[in-house]
Design a protein around this ligand. Sequence first.
Ligand code: PGA
Length: 255
Amino acid sequence: MSYIIAANWKMHKTAAETAAFCKAIMQEEQLFGDFEIIICPPYTALSTASAALKGSRIKLGAQNLHWEPKGAFTGEISAFMLGEMNVSHVIIGHSERRHLMGESDDQVHLKVQTALNNGLIPILCVGETGQERDNGMTEMVIERQLNSVLEGLSDDVASKMVIAYEPVWAIGTGRAASEQDAEDAARLIVQIIDHRLGRAAAETIRIQYGGSVTADNIGLYVTSTSLQGFLVGGASLETDLFSSLIQAAREAVKG
Ligand code: PGA
């Protein structure tokens, strides 16, 4: 199964900066082998990125969507609008949305269903806060977040999903999870999928780790048998950093 590395730019980069990044990263593309690379700029740069990435294997992702097709939802964007921009992936339930914007498990569930129903691949983020970890609630939180999304999804539809384990305490802190912590969480996710959707789905759904991933530490996670990719924030913002991170992962995979 090929690795999937997604760049989550959050609220960074203008359209002009996005165009410059895309042009530069496309020059490096032959170094990425069969890795699937996805860039998720802010909404305002999607159109620019879509045009800039034409002819490239690098895919385009969004950072959120609304579950309604249209209507009076000021500030929201629909799946159809994203499709029009050639977006193939969409990050859903990122901890910054759950914790800073108050996004609930129910809303995350609706968003994942909407993405899948509209041919978009959700990158579903799950993960515990530092306090939840300290209180021994890591497994419980992952189970709750994942089970609420899997509710009502058939195995063939859900199999298209990507799931990112992103412990909140590791995001943007420089304190990445240990390879054992990431592996334990990824294994738990595989178990839950296996239990709810069956073996085939558990073997198909790819699991990413996210949280302070850099070119220096990415090789550690590649030994994990349950992880097949990464969701990268800070280290995806500069072309050379992002390119060397992907290459470091490739080197580690090759052993
Ligand atoms: P980080 O962010 O790599 O800057 O920790 C990861 C994320 O939020 O997806």
